[in-house]
Structures are given as structure tokens and as C-alpha cells.
Design a protein around this ligand. Sequence first.
Ligand code: GLN
Length: 454
Amino acid sequence: MDPVTEALDDLHRRISPLKDGEVATYIPQLAHADPDDFGIALTSMAGHRYQAGSADTPFSIQSVSKPFVYALALTDLGPEEMLRRVGAEPSGEAFNAISLEEDTGRPANPMINAGAIATTALVEAPDPAARFARILDCLSAFAGRRLDHDEDVYASEAETGDRNRALAYLMRSAGSLEGDPHTVTDTYFRQCSVRVTAADLAVMAATLAKGGLNPVTGARVVTQDVAVRTLAIMATCGMYDGAGQWLLNVGLPAKSGVSGGLIAVSPGRFGVAIYSPPLDAEGNSVRGVVALTAVSARFQLHLMHAPVHLTATVTDTGTAARSSRVRTPEQAAALDRDPRRITVVGAQGELEFTETEQLLNAVAETAPGTPGAVVLDLTAVTGVSSGPAAMLAAALADLEEQGHRVAVAVQEPFLEQSEARPGSWTGFSTRDEALAWCEDRFLDSPGLLNDASP
Ligand code: GLN
């Protein structure tokens, strides 16, 4: 058994005996759930899937659908319009509370029922059937397989869903919901009845963890920006009135549902899902909360935990490096006489803020004291985000202002010439070519070879 499955199995074994909590009954069909069902699933960024217990047991997604439908509506409307229609503040109230802004009637956030109903209504479609079809397509793309809905659960909620209809009527009277409250809640009930397993939810969560890219199918489901905004709302509002404590103790964006589903996302690492129907007073799965608290502590996943930088960014700094060019004895002697005239700094990996700051310090420390040449070898760099790329471009422009020649060896166009501070650094595809170019500039300096003779 692999170590991840072993860890999930161990967790499952330790938490199974926990019998606290109550299965939800206000939607009559949910009362049939088996309180002993308990599944854990995890999907990694490489698309590997791990699970323990009843992770293949189907259940209705309920509120765990909310972040995904929010991502869909956000894609349709864009961030400003979305925020104008549905807020982004934790309500500190129960999932079915009347959390509407006083003057505008705007629901507090899209993770509670009022905000979720408004969000469902915002999904662009010519008619309700097409709207639900788009929602089902979206949930299916997140899950990486074709999902369907549970007609019995849908009918059961439609029969008893007056509170949600009341919320919809309130919103319509306040001007924050367009359309017929009956039709809108009907679509919302269908959305809540979509059938998933813990294994499905883990893939859905992992898609958010991977910036909107489904790690199993390889499909882009939503943009990175949409995934980031969705995760932010999950972090502040995903656990209803337990959201603050959850962020404190577990520190991961999460979303729970009344059928006992619970997902959590560790951005860039994995998506994890639990299915266990008994709920606590806040409406969150009891075993789910305990399991995810343990997972977060064990792997130090809390978002506020300072990230560990595993690989060194600066691979080497050199002052006496030479290219493979054949030189005359005079040229070689001239190059050797002042080894600090040409310096080299090599870097590797992803350049985020911290890595770039390290790299720029190394460049500043090794740059020649008198005007010379600096070779920056970025051939082993795998990516530079836009902020750090601008930092780098500015630093190169500074070096040139100080009178240095700058040669950059880089495979990909990571480092566009910055528009704000156009530099004149020269790009090469290998360190050797960059070095040879600097040597040539140096050897071209008038009088240098004559000065070289003793
Ligand atoms: N369909 C449920 C409702 O609207 C979803 C609530 C939940 O999962 N917390 O009441």
C-alpha cells in the first residue's frame, strides 16, 4: 500500500468510532443516509487518486456545489459585476439565514443559501433547463466525469423547500434577484441534488487547487483568477458560522454540505474530500472536521504557515568563468588579468518574490566593482511570475546604468524587456554564448591588448 493511502486508511480507522452528530432530516430523503458511511479521498496535482472507506458511495452534493456554481457565474459575469450582485463577507450566521444587506438586499456571500440561490440565478442561460444543463456540465467538468442528479432528493427538497423559496422572494422584493423565485429555487434544488462520491469531490477540489485545471483530465475548467477568487470565498465563508474557527484551526479553504460532504483545498498541493453524514451544530460533517483538522496539522498545511523553499535559487556565482571560445595567448592573458571584470550568476527553478530577491542580492554582491560585464544564466529557470519579472528587468536596467554590460542566457521569453524601464541587455540561449559575447566586448576595448604587454 502506498504511503498516502496508508495515511488515509489510518485516519479512517482512528475517526470511524466517532459517533457524534446528527444526520440532517429537514430534507426527508437525507434522513435515509447511513451514519456509519465514512469515506475519505484525495487527488494530487499529478492527478493521482487516493481513497479510504466508502469513498465511492454516491450522495447528493448539496452545498458543496456552491463554490463551483459560483465559479461558473463569476466566469459569466466577471469579478466586479459578480461582487455587485453577491457579497463576499462572512455572515457569521447559519447557512439558511436571511443574510441580506439592509439597503440593497444583496446577499452576504455565495456560500450561504441566499447568496447561492442568487448565484444560481446569475448563470447565463436562455431558460431554466439550459441553466441547469450548464450547471451540470460545469460540475461534471470539475469532477472529470459525467454526473447526474438524484430525482428523489430533488423532489424531497422541492416539497419541503419553503424557507429557500422565502429567501428568494425576499431577495426579489429587495431587488437583488431577478426572475421567478419558484423557478430559480427549482434550479437550485436540482443543483443540490447532483450525485457525487467523495472520490469525485476530491477531483473537484483538486481542480481548484490546481488553479482551475483538472489534474485528472487535463482540461482547463475555469481560469486561475476565477479559481483564486473562489478559494478566497471558501476560506472566509465556506464553513458557515464555523468559518472563523475553521480558518484558525485548519487554515484551508473548504466547503461543507448538509448531506455530509466536505471538501478542503491545499492550493498547489491537493484536493481532499470527506463523506460522513452526521453533522455538528453548525451543519458541518463531524468526522469531516476532525479528519481535515488532523490532515492539516500532520502535513502543516495551514495557509498562514510560512512556505518552505526546498531548492536553492542561486546555483553558482563565479568571477573567473571563461567561455569555450579559442583565444590567442594575448587574449587569454588579458582575460585572466582581471577575473572580476566578467561575473556570472546562475539560477534555477521558479522565480517568485523570495527567489527573485535572493537572486538579485547575489547579482549585486558579485557584480564587478568597476564597469564590466554580468552574465545572468537563467537557462535552468522554469518560470517567472510577472511581478518578479519586472523586479528582474529593473535590476538589469540598474546594472546597465552603472556601466555594466548585461548578457542573459534564457531559454524561454520569461524576461520581456520591461516597458517601464527599457534596458538593453542582450539575450542568448546558452551561458557559453553569453560569456563569449562579454569576453568579446571586453577584448574589443581599445588599447586593452596593448596594455596587456608587460
Ligand atoms: N439544499 C440544501 C438547502 O438549501 C443545501 C444546504 C446545505 O448543504 N447546507 O437547504
